[in-house]
Design a protein around this ligand. Structure first.
Ligand SMILES: Nc1ncnc2c1ncn2[C@@H]1O[C@H](COP(=O)(O)OP(=O)(O)OP(=O)(O)O)[C@@H](O)[C@H]1O
Ligand SMILES: [Mg+2]
Ligand SMILES: [Zn+2]
Length: 524
């Protein structure tokens, strides 16, 4: 039986042309070899699994190869084969993480003095070089200051910022890039074809996306999937093995939110639980989805701005066009603001349900056109001939500090306005309702709110979600035992006042105008 070799090792590039996505580096190195303009030390930096070690080995082989071909190693001569096997005495790979100390570097300096056995160079590849101790770096520096002609250093690191500048300044530096999804997809397609694996394009797309720019991660994920599913991979097995949330489910969720379909939202949450998906992971995906929908609507070149596989670019644009930009931004803001709810709850499912239902309800809740429609309806009922419009749409950004301190507080005006500002960062509508509040008493431990029955603001806290949220905000802002009381006011105030246009409106309309920061621009 042939010994099993993981894809990452089996598919290690052996010539510069096989290295994907790092052409800026491989071309430069090849040219350096061809023109014989070589540095003494090279530093390869970049995230995990993007080709640093692979390129270091190809370069080392090319340096010592007896039959170099157009800047590439032949991979056939005994020099090349020794290096590939790791048995070459001239090319040493040192793991900086486990040989961190001064002794190892002293050792290295001793060895450096000897000439290479028969090849051209003695090459030291030091991986994770940032792990060396300071004395080890200093010892290394001495060597780098007066390097023997026959010695080359190749340092590799995932954390170049931890390498002392004294070392950096003596190296020719190459920054390896994350590999674009499309290129990872292409390589995985090549691998599955050669390995005789059947797997759908959409599954390959999922693997490539999960790898986050690392080719090794993509290959390891493929390993994982194949060892679970065999050579015939089915789409649902990918989700199962990788614990990834089905992309279709994410699209279904955003669609349900856009449509304002609460039933579908609840079904989806059920599905998430049945599959055993991580709720926070799902929430993160939904946030990313809304961000992508916004970008899809705003951007003219989505293949540049969205790092999504091709088949999704069309789908996301199609979905984004069904919603307004305003609505998408509001939804994303809402998700950002509610993220903490999920973190601190003992029951993530209920929190998630509340959030998604609210999000689906945002449609009726704050859509500008519908709001306008509703106000016009009220207006008709009041049998007035006023025409109402707004000078601007409700701001999607929840953080804004522009509240005029209209009302002197009986107890502590400063604390009250600080509290209002805090609430404004959490929930703008609620802050506006409170700003409008007719009567309140604030002490160190309680906030008593009293308002006339039947007014729009008065009804706002009848909704237990609003009042629960207010209590939670108050406890977070003041202290954990803080109490909020809602009481009725005895003498209802008269609605009609003299003054600006807005002041002469019925209270319901003026409340709505205040909460959504609207104003009347024209009266007939
Ligand atoms: N640019 C690339 N082109 C093709 N395959 C690659 C590339 N980068 C990585 N791979 C694949 O991943 C494996 C590991 O790559 P390599 O050891 O070169 O990564 P690395 O950058 O040194 O990672 P680490 O920082 O974890 O050491 C390779 O054997 C190869 O299969
Ligand atoms: Mg490496
Ligand atoms: Zn060779």
């Amino acid at each position: 039986m042939m010994s099993y070799k993981v894809f990452a090792r089996k598919w290690r590039p052996q010539v510069f042309e096989e290295v994907i996505g790092q052409e800026h580096i491989t071309e430069t190195l090849k040219n350096a070899l061809l023109s014989d303009r070589l540095a003494h030390a090279y530093l390869f930096s970049g995230t995990r699994g993007v080709g640093k070690t692979s390129v270091a080995r190809i370069f080392a082989k090319a340096l010592n190869c007896q039959d170099r071909q157009d800047g590439n190693p032949c991979n056939k001569c005994h020099k090349c084969i020794e290096i590939t096997n790791g048995s070459s005495v001239d090319v040493q790979e040192i793991d900086g993480a486990s040989n961190r100390g001064i002794d190892e570097i002293r050792n290295l300096r001793e060895n450096i003095r000897y000439l290479p056995s028969s090849g051209t160079y003695r090459i030291y590849i030091i991986d994770e070089v940032h792990m060396l101790t300071l004395p080890a770096f200093n010892a290394l520096l001495k060597t780098l200051e007066e390097p023997p002609e026959h010695v080359k250093f190749i340092f590799a690191t995932t954390e170049a910022h931890k390498v002392p500048v004294t070392i950096l300044s003596r190296c020719q530096r190459f920054d390896f890039k994350r590999i674009p999804i499309a290129k990872i997809e292409e390589q995985i397609k090549k691998i599955v074809q050669k390995e005789g694996i059947t797997i759908s394009d959409s599954s390959i797309a999922i693997i490539s996306k999960e790898a986050e720019g690392s080719m090794r991660d993509a290959e390891s994920l493929l390993d994982q999937v194949v060892s679970f599913a065999g050579n015939n991979v089915k789409d649902e097995q990918i989700m199962e093995v990788l614990g990834i949330i089905d992309r279709a489910l994410i699209y279904k969720t955003s669609q349900a939110i856009i449509d304002g379909n609460s039933t579908v939202c609840l079904d989806i949450i059920n599905e998430i639980y049945n599959y055993g998906y991580e709720v926070k992971e799902f929430y993160k995906e939904i946030m990313v989805q809304f961000r992508n929908l916004i970008v899809a609507l705003v951007s003219h070149n989505t293949s540049n701005t969205l790092d999504l596989p091709d088949n999704e670019l069309q789908e996301i644009t199609k979905q984004a066009k069904q919603a307004s930009l305003e609505r998408l931004i509001q939804s994303l803001n809402f998700l950002i603001n509610r993220e903490a709810d999920l973190r601190y709850t003992t029951n993530p499912r209920i929190a998630l349900e509340a959030i998604l239902l609210k999000l689906a309800g945002l449609k009726e809740y704050i859509s500008f056109d519908e709001l306008l429609g509703k106000i016009e309806e009220i207006e008709k009922r009041l049998n007035t001939s006023r025409r109402i419009a707004y000078d601007k749409q409700p701001e999607p950004t929840l953080i804004k500090e522009k509240y005029p301190e209209k009302k002197p507080a009986p107890d502590d005006g400063k604390k009250w306005s600080e509290f209002l500002r805090y609430i404004a960062t959490k929930n703008k509508a609620m802050a506006n309702v409170l700003k409008k509040w007719k009567s309140y008493t604030l002490t160190a431990d309680t906030l008593e709110l009293s308002n006339e029955e039947g007014s729009f603001t008065g009804n706002y806290f009848k909704d237990s979600e609003h009042s629960d949220n207010l209590i939670a905000y108050a406890r977070a802002f003041f202290h954990p035992d803080f109490t909020v009381l809602f009481t009725k006011q005895n003498q209802p105030k008269k609605d009609v006042k003299k003054g600006s246009k807005e002041d002469r409106l019925p209270s319901t309309v003026s409340d709505i105008l205040d909460i959504f920061e609207g104003s009347i621009v024209k009266e007939s």
